[in-house]
Design a protein around this ligand. Structure first.
Ligand SMILES: Cc1cc2nc3c(=O)[nH]c(=O)nc-3n(C[C@H](O)[C@H](O)[C@H](O)COP(=O)(O)OP(=O)(O)OC[C@H]3O[C@@H](n4cnc5c(N)ncnc54)[C@H](O)[C@@H]3O)c2cc1C
Ligand code: SF4
Length: 655
């Protein structure tokens, strides 16, 4: 018998409504290669399995337990949240301005208890930066932090990581089982349906031999599987592909849709630091957004400076991932941004100290890039797994939370219809897609639908800013919907069309080299665990399944695939990933004499320092050859973005 590898805080009962969890496992032979086709997994039955303990997943979980209490007629629902980070919130980056609209609906009494939203956003400004000056611009109304704009009664500046950890505490008080350190590695299928999730193996060596600490992943069998992995989730990718969620609905189809003409997702890439600054320069509650320098005029993006509580300031830069120049280094652009006089006045002063660094991709395609359907047989996509960021506001948390709540309501109704004694079988989640279409999240995204596409013309940010200003004043009430241009998706150009960028030297402590910053992320993966970044046109699991052979390094990341990767990426794109990865994971190194390798091309080979990976997902999206697949590593690894929230205190939890 196996026990769960790591439970969150309270010990869990191994029984579900009197039914023992079946935790079988095959006897294992250590020091042998792991073969996924032979392993017998521990299995657990739950009502709802949620993959991802971010704002969307936790809000869905809390809402389910509320519904159980309100109208479950005594029926108890088992709701499990799997989170790959070592703690809830440890993989969540943003120093965020949060609109509390969804939180007010989910936990109407939250303001009466201890909570991490202690710093109201009091004023907001927009600046256009040139290298030496900052020019105030009118702030688009949806970016204002207070006022009559929908959802802008008030907003708060906080650490989203701390907020998430607090929400996880609330979820546990409601009876949700939150399992940090568990990554959803595979969807479990039953015929055409998703019937749950298989978690990742632990205790495998890099060459896939089983160490003495080896434990196979568990299978969580669920009536509803909600994918809440945030931007560019690995299971989400699989579900979208298998169920063609991004295809136009077939003619005559009666299935509910949220987007009849889905376009590909577009992404921004955010790099962020948290600084402690002296009180003289701290303006608690101030929210500043910047446009212009250091980014070139044809690069979508901008910076932010949020003055949080406790003399903390979040500073960051978002770069549109459709950038053209492969010599561009988002990390260096961000470090350079802090050399601007406006930033120096905050961070280059006695007493200022950098505390944290991190990076993460965010969805930016908005309404046009939502999948056609948010549901699939047995489950659904919620939050930024589907792409819920309102680019006009640069906020996604409110929409992620609300979409989770809507999905929870649909899942609850479908589960109640099944009846308590029915065997655990997948439910129909189409009610979620229908309800989402009628929700304020849809309206929120509809209103700003034309802003991002307007930046995709050859006139760059000037045309985008001008159009967006007018469109915003009209609250998006124009009779057209602009399409994302091809260039919004990916426009990486060959290095031969560009010159290397001459970045200024670092000026520590204001700006530092990459590895000094990565050290602040607290990132850790076991030195000898399998590399979770696969090079080859198919993911390792796909390749393994197709070839019906054991999951080993060589079934996809072949020497041929790696050599071809080096050939195109180094010769044509100047080794883009080496410049773009915010954690120095990829290196194209010279092959020394006598060390020739079949993986090398023209004297260069690829080295992947996967233990540094901070799970931002940039490589999976931006690599020009589209041959890198990010898969979940052994659970619990990765960054440790954290800020402790106040102790969680009950205010509306069930007795
Ligand atoms: C740089 C940046 C700045 C932002 N600023 C703001 C802002 O100011 N205001 C705002 O409202 N929004 C902001 N956002 C957007 C906001 O972060 C997202 O909209 C929000 O976090 C989405 O919530 P989510 O729960 O859908 O996904 P996430 O918050 O990304 O949470 C997903 C969770 O799932 C986990 N996970 C992923 N895959 C797996 C797996 N296979 N198994 C187990 N666990 C998994 C992750 O570790 C993570 O904890 C910003 C985003 C970025 C990147
Ligand atoms: S390896 Fe990929 S996911 Fe990991 S930090 Fe680098 S770019 Fe991000």
């Amino acid at each position: 018998m196996l026990t769960l590898r790591r439970l969150s805080r309270a010990p869990r009962t191994p029984y579900l409504r009197g039914r023992a969890r079946c935790l079988h496992s095959s006897p294992r032979v250590y020091n042998e290669k792991f073969n996924p086709t032979e392993v017998e997994r521990a299995e657990d039955e739950v009502d709802v399995c949620i993959v991802g303990g971010g704002p969307a997943g936790l809000s869905a979980a809390i809402r389910l337990k509320q519904l159980e209490r309100e109208k479950g007629n005594g029926r108890e629902l088992r709701v499990v949240v799997l989170e790959k980070g070592s703690e809830a919130g440890s993989h969540i980056l943003s120093g965020a301005v949060i609109e509390p609209r969804a939180l007010d609906e989910l936990l109407p009494e939250w303001r009466n208890g201890d909570h991490p939203l202690t710093q109201p956003a009091t004023r907001s400004r927009m600046l256009f930066l040139t290298e030496g000056f900052s020019i105030p611009l009118p702030h688009p109304p949806q970016m204002n932090v207070r006022g009559n704009y929908p959802g802008h009664k008030d907003s708060f500046i906080t650490s989203l990581s701390g907020f998430t950890r607090w929400l996880a505490g609330v979820a546990e008080e409601h009876g949700v089982e939150v399992y940090p350190g568990f990554a959803g590695a595979q969807l479990a299928y039953g015929g055409e349906d998703v019937v749950g999730v298989v978690t990742n193996e632990v205790g495998l060596a890099r060459d896939y031999t089983m160490k003495s600490s080896f434990e196979p992943g568990m299978r969580f069998r669920a009536r509803a599987t909600l994918l809440a992995e945030g931007a560019h989730g690995s299971l989400t990718k699989e579900a979208c592909r298998k169920y063609r969620l991004r295809d136009k609905p077939a003619e005559g189809s009666t299935e509910p849709v949220v987007n009849p003409d889905p376009q590909a997702q577009t992404y921004g890439f955010g790099l962020k630091e948290v600084w402690q600054v002296p009180p003289e320069v701290h303006r608690p509650g101030e929210v500043v957004h910047t446009l212009g320098w250091p980014l070139s005029y044809d690069t979508y993006g901008g910076g932010w400076v949020y003055h949080m509580a406790d003399n903390l300031v979040s500073v960051g830069l978002v770069v549109g991932l459709n950038y053209k120049n492969p010599y561009m280094q988002p990390y260096r652009e961000f470090q350079r941004m802090k050399h601007h006089p406006y930033m120096r006045a905050l961070f280059d002063v006695p007493g200022a100290q950098r505390l944290a660094y991190g990076a993460r991709t965010m969805t930016s395609g908005g309404l046009q890039s939502l999948p056609a359907r948010l549901h699939f047989p047995g489950g659904a996509l919620i939050g930024c797994a589907a792409g819920m960021v309102n680019v006009g506001k640069i906020k996604g948390t409110h929409n992620a939370m609300k979409s989770g709540m809507i999905a929870a309501e649909a899942a609850f109704d479908a589960i109640m219809e099944q009846g308590e004694e029915a065997p655990v079988a997948p439910v129909d989640m189409s009610g979620y897609t229908k309800a989402f279409r009628d929700s304020w999240v849809y309206d929120d995204l509809y209103e700003v639908r034309n802003l991002k596409p307007s930046f995709g013309t050859s006139l760059g940010i000037f045309a985008g800013a001008a159009y967006s200003g007018v469109d915003s004043l009209l609250h998006g009430k124009v009779p057209w919907t602009l399409r994302h241009s091809k260039s919004s998706l990916d426009e990486t150009e060959s290095a031969s069309r560009h010159k290397p960028i001459d970045y200024p030297p670092f000026q520590p402590p204001l700006s530092t080299d990459l590895m000094t910053s990565v050290a602040l992320t607290g990132t850790n993966h076991e030195e000898d665990e399998p590399v979770h970044l696969k090079v080859g046109l198919k993911s390792l699991r796909e390749a393994s399944a197709e070839k019906e052979k054991p999951l080993t390094q060589d079934c996809n990341s072949t020497a041929d695939a790696r050599r071809e990767h080096v050939r195109v990426n180094v010769e044509q794109y100047a080794g883009l990933l080496q410049r773009a990865c915010p954690a120095g994971v990829y290196e194209y190194v010279d092959v020394e004499k006598g060390q020739e390798s079949p993986e090398a091309y023209n004297g260069k080979k690829l080295v992947i320092n996967s233990q540094n990976c901070i799970h931002c997902k940039l490589c999976d999206i931006k690599v020009p050859t589209q041959d890198v697949t990010w898969s979940v590593p052994q659970g619990g690894g990765g960054p440790k973005y954290s800020k402790r929230p106040p102790a969680c205190k009950s205010f509306s939890a069930p007795e």
